[in-house]
Design a protein around this ligand. Structure first.
Ligand SMILES: Cc1cc2nc3c(=O)[nH]c(=O)nc-3n(C[C@H](O)[C@H](O)[C@H](O)COP(=O)(O)OP(=O)(O)OC[C@H]3O[C@@H](n4cnc5c(N)ncnc54)[C@H](O)[C@@H]3O)c2cc1C
Length: 1015
């Protein structure tokens, strides 16, 4: 008996033989496409620009715009393509109308290569042709990026319509093989689950399933009547578990439990895929009816690696291409071994993977008519034909839809065709030998370093570098950047959802406790308490915190002052280690702290987790930064003299924090002060005083000495004002409202009798943040990001979007989608996972925001207001005003709630002028695909944090140092490399080392701190 490998080689050789009989280049149709792809493979920079140009093209309406974009995208090209583009651009300038049309026509041609038709009728022409070639079909409706429930309803309706057309038009069509045809219905529809619910949140699969199932049932019912097959496509990893759960749930329901014409995709590039497949098979056996699995490698490799790197997650995909290939083969075996319950379809263009399936089926005695090979429309035509000729069942995956919704699909296909590691490129563009193409992937894996790679982040970085060689420059960190952020919790994992649920229920039992002040290490009850309440349920007291008055403030200043004399001489290493221990404790108590935030400040799960992550990051980042600046630095190298620059702490810091990032901001300012050697009086906001108490507890456990940190909640107007004015307070770190910030700034400017130092004020205040959506912006992204930036955490972030600036040209298109998106966001009690909009912090905020809504109604037009908010708790309906003018109060004053003002402008000049026309300069956003406009926005928008093509909230420590200017703050950057300097005074120590004209030849590097007594 021949080995499996030699069977594979023989079958592979046969396929290649047939492929070579009908030579067709990889890019069979349009010459323009062929040329573009060939260039893309040669030049990574060109490829990136081409894909971006392809991406923006459908949204450009005027020919002049097309020509401008062409020039902007390609003007910097270095090599051979440049003259071509420049000639094109010159011609285009002369006749933009003609050139625009020609380009659009050519790119549409490229898209038509992969998109089988514009609509159901259109696609039938092509399906008939394929039928003549004995190729079956599965049709997929393009339109993945839905931003609202209206759009998901439209998608569901289009699916039904498509089913009807396909069934009607294919009546009488028979199975090309004529055997086992009951397993392979003619009509086959592939469905993208995420297109059926716009609020899918990985943390809440139950909610997604509750919304998806009712949308799917009518489609399944009709499919059943029409004897059609429905396949669930698999998308990004974030949706994988929900898609699998939904599949199992819906096909276990009484109505569908015996229905065999359903299938789902398994992605072999996922490390979880074997466990998922085995679980599906067990489920199928328990159910007792057949189902199908389409095995693919997976289309989102780049996306998954980027996403996991950005969030610090374990990467769900394999890093080495042969690992995916090996796994594909292992899963092929599992499918065949369970052929009695599962019908296999292999979605691969790789002749090795295909030949392996054929050979293995033979070895296991499975008839070739009991499985099928599936291919993407427009790709690998010769392989499809070869398989038909050999006698296998072949089905083509045919996307249907307009160009605009099809763009992300098209870009994925372009990436696939030009991917360095892809089979198609190797075979059809690079003519790699057949022997090489048929090699056992296990061998390749063995040859690569140590075989299977670990799942660490560094490896992802390297894998990405390998994948994007010309981008590697941009992936290299700046010399000072060695900081790796703490990961976010990935709620896609059930385990993390369970931990959060458990933490919430445990926290519920601990609500209502009393918390003392901590002064000089002593617990102090004052007889007066501040009740911190749950804004979702104001009758619930989260905790009662002792309220400090003037007397306690005085005690705290004395304690901090006394402790300073010792703390200032503690080595920075010791202080840095304190922060690191605190970070470790926070990590250990992560879910508990997040649960507390849900109750105390109404944060949705992911926002709460994000806050803890940020607090951890502040600890670790500031510890690292202190190590970088802590040691004295030589100023210049001159003989005979040593001059060292170094820092001293300022003294006693009074930290005044807001409630909206109750651990991150309070913790960030406090740890910055501590690590720099200052002692601290920490005043949390009254609304989040329990979170403050937790932070105190954590820092005490980490070992902060008595008096170095004092926890002092109390009334800002009484105890707070007293400390601001106090002669013994040297530094005030404040984040909060403009009103209080300016008062502190002014008051701190007055020198009191006995005051030692000029007070330093670090002052972070509010914003009136604008986002501009340019006429060529990607609305699928812009709408989702703007909706989140405006309404996420109820608009209570200082970075939140509150002014949306739209160009006349796309105003209607944006508004139509925005209003529907706003109507779709989930509003509710944030104890439930997946909520976007919870309650605002308290009754005062509630009344203030409602008052602004009344002002808005009198000044502008109420375009949208949500109706269905919970009756109990401080829930404000997401609200959108249009016809807003820049001088109106709702366009100028900070509302700090889920209220957006939309301003219509004529052009980008006016948009930037309006964006800059406020007192504030905190965050701003710009959505555009015009490189020139992006450059302009980068240069001209007045904000401390300018975000291009992404949400304007969610700054990450070290990556997006945060803080504004104008009336948003004093220009400091929390989480930035220069932040700690605010807490320090610089000193220079100069020593002449010359004695009688003699000096050492080389000045020794000072390796220690100036500490006394030395320990
Ligand atoms: C009919 C059909 C339906 C499909 N449906 C889906 C679907 O629902 N969901 C989906 O995600 N995809 C789907 N795909 C797309 C499919 O994932 C890609 O076409 C496929 O991965 C390409 O693999 P290949 O075997 O043809 O080519 P090959 O060139 O052998 O493999 C390329 C694949 O290897 C993987 N890979 C690339 N680089 C690396 C690396 N460094 N480390 C590890 N792995 C790597 C990637 O998955 C890449 O796509 C479908 C494909 C077909 C043909």
């Amino acid at each position: 008996m021949r080995s499996l490998q030699s069977e594979i080689e023989q079958r592979g050789a046969r396929i290649f033989e047939l492929v070579n009989q009908h030579p067709e280049s990889l890019f069979s149709r349009a010459a323009f496409y062929q040329r573009m792809m060939a260039l893309s493979m040669r030049d990574e920079q060109f490829k990136a620009q081409l894909f971006r140009f392809v991406d923006v093209l459908p949204s450009l309406r005027r020919s002049g715009e097309i020509v401008e974009h062409l020039e902007e995208y390609f003007e910097d090209l270095r090599d051979g393509f440049a003259p071509l583009v420049h000639t094109g651009v010159r011609l285009a300038r002369i006749a933009p109308w003609v050139s625009g049309r020609v380009l659009r026509w050519n790119i549409s041609g490229m898209a038509r290569q992969f998109i089988a038709g514009k609509n159901p009728d259109d696609v039938m022409k092509m399906l008939r042709k394929r039928r003549a070639q004995k190729i079956g079909f599965t049709v997929d409706l393009l339109g993945e990026a839905v931003v609202s429930e209206t759009e998901t309803d439209e998608y569901a309706a289009r699916c039904l319509d498509l089913l009807e057309t396909l069934a009607r038009e294919t009546r009488g069509w028979t199975d090309p093989l004529g055997r086992n045809s009951e397993l392979f219905p003619v009509v086959n529809l592939s469905v993208k689950i995420s297109a059926l619910y716009s609020q899918m949140n990985p943390a809440d699969p139950a909610d997604a399933i509750a919304h998806l199932a009712p949308k799917l049932r009518p489609i399944l019912r009709r499919a059943r009547e029409l004897r059609a097959f429905i396949n669930f496509d698999m998308e990004s990893y974030a949706h994988k578990n929900t898609t699998l759960e939904l599949f199992k749930k819906i096909f276990t329901e009484e109505e569908f439990k015996d229905w065999p014409r359903a299938g789902i995709v398994i992605q072999a590039y996922l490390r979880d895929s074997e466990a998922d497949l085995r679980d599906l098979i067990d489920w199928g056996r328990a159910r007792g009816a057949r189902f199908a699995v389409r095995l693919v490698k997976g289309a989102y490799w780049d996306y998954e690696t980027i996403k996991s790197r950005q969030n610090g997650w374990d990467c769900p995909v394999y890093f080495q291409k042969p690992e995916s290939d090996v796994n594909f083969e292992a899963l092929t075996r599992i499918l065949f071994e369970n052929e009695s319950i599962v019908t296999a379809a292999f979605g691969s263009h790789n002749v090795r993977s295909i030949a392996h399936a054929q050979a293995l089926a033979d070895e296991l005695g499975i008839d070739p008519s009991r499985f099928e090979f599936q291919f993407l429309y427009g790709m690998a035509g010769p392989i499809k034909r070869a398989l038909v000729e050999i006698g296998y069942r072949v089905r083509e995956y045919c996307p249907v839809g307009e160009l605009l919704p099809g763009m992300s699909y098209l870009v994925r296909r372009l990436l696939e065709n030009t991917s360095n590691e892809g089979f198609l490129r190797a075979k059809f563009a690079e003519n790699v030998s057949e022997q090489e193409l048929l090699r056992n992937p296990c061998e390749l894996l063995r040859k690569s370093r140590n075989g299977v790679l670990p799942r660490s982040n560094n490896v992802t970085k390297n894998a990405m570098k390998d994948r994007h060689p010309s981008h590697s420059r941009s992936l290299e960190a700046s010399p000072g950047d060695t900081y790796e952020n703490a990961p976010l919790t990935n709620f896609v994992h059930q385990e993390n959802q369970d931990k959060m649920r458990k933490a919430l229920s445990e926290m519920r039992t601990r609500l209502g406790k009393e918390y003392p002040l901590v002064i000089n290490g002593e617990r102090v009850f004052t007889g007066k308490t501040i009740a911190s309440i749950n804004p979702s349920s104001p009758d619930d007291v989260v905790g009662a915190v002792a309220e400090a008055g003037i007397a306690e403030a005085e005690r705290a200043v004395k304690a901090a002052r006394d402790a300073f004399e010792k703390w200032r001489w503690t080595s920075f290493e010791e202080r840095a280690q304190l922060l690191e221990r605190a970070a470790a404790i926070m990590e250990r108590r992560r879910f508990e702290l997040a649960a507390l935030e849900v109750f105390e400040v109404g944060k949705p799960w992911m926002e709460a987790d994000g806050d803890i992550r940020e607090a951890i990051d502040f600890c670790l980042f500031y510890a690292q930064q202190m190590r970088l600046i802590g040691r004295p630095r030589l100023t210049q190298q001159v003989p005979g003299e040593e001059s060292y620059y170094h820092y001293w702490p300022r003294g006693v810091a009074f930290v005044v924090a807001p409630w909206n990032f109750p651990l991150a901001i309070l913790g960030g300012m406090t740890t910055a002060a501590l690590v720099t050697g200052n002692t601290v009086i920490m005043k949390p906001a009254e609304q989040s005083a329990v979170c403050g108490a937790m932070l105190m507890e954590i820092l005490e456990e980490a070992g902060v000495p008595r008096g170095v940190l004092n926890y002092l909640p109390g009334k800002g107007s009484v105890m707070g004002a007293h400390l601001v004015d106090h002669k013994d307070v040297d530094l005030i770190a404040f984040t909060g409202s403009r009103e209080v910030g300016l008062r502190i700034w002014e008051s701190a400017g007055i020198t009191r009798p006995g005051q030692r130092e000029l007070k330093r004020v670090i002052c972070e205040m509010g914003g009136k943040n604008a986002v501009i959506i340019d006429s060529d912006a990607d609305l699928d992204e812009a709408i989702v990001d703007c909706t989140y930036s405006a309404f996420g955490y109820q608009g209570q972030k200082c970075s939140a979007l509150s002014r949306l600036i739209l160009l006349e040209e796309n105003y209607d298109r944006v508004m139509e989608r925005l209003l529907k998106a706003a109507a779709s966001v989930r509003v509710g009690n944030p104890e439930e996972p997946g909520i976007t909009v919870g309650p605002v912090i308290d009754e005062t905020a509630y009344n203030r925001i409602l008052n602004y809504i009344e002002i808005g109604k009198s000044e502008a037009t109420l375009a949208y207001q949500r109706k269905d908010v919970p009756p109990k708790g401080f829930f404000i309906p997401p609200t959108i005003f249009t016809n807003v003018k820049p001088n109106m109060r709702i366009a100028r004053e900070e509302i700090f709630g889920p209220v957006v003002s939309v301003l219509k402008v004529r052009n980008l000049d006016e948009a930037i002028a309006v964006a800059n026309g406020t007192d504030y300069a905190l965050t701003a956003g710009f959505f555009s695909r015009s490189p020139a406009n992006i450059e302009r926005a980068k240069a001209q928008i007045e904000a401390g944090n300018v975000y291009i093509n992404r949400s304007c909230t969610g700054a990450v420590v070290g990556r997006h140092p945060f803080g504004g200017f104008k009336m948003s703050g004093g220009g400091t950057k929390a989480g930035g490399t220069d932040y700690l300097l605010q807490f320090l005074v610089p000193r220079v120590v100069t020593e002449s080392v010359t004695r009688h004209g003699f000096a050492p030849e080389e000045t020794p590097r000072y390796r220690d701190e100036f500490l006394w007594p030395k320990r």
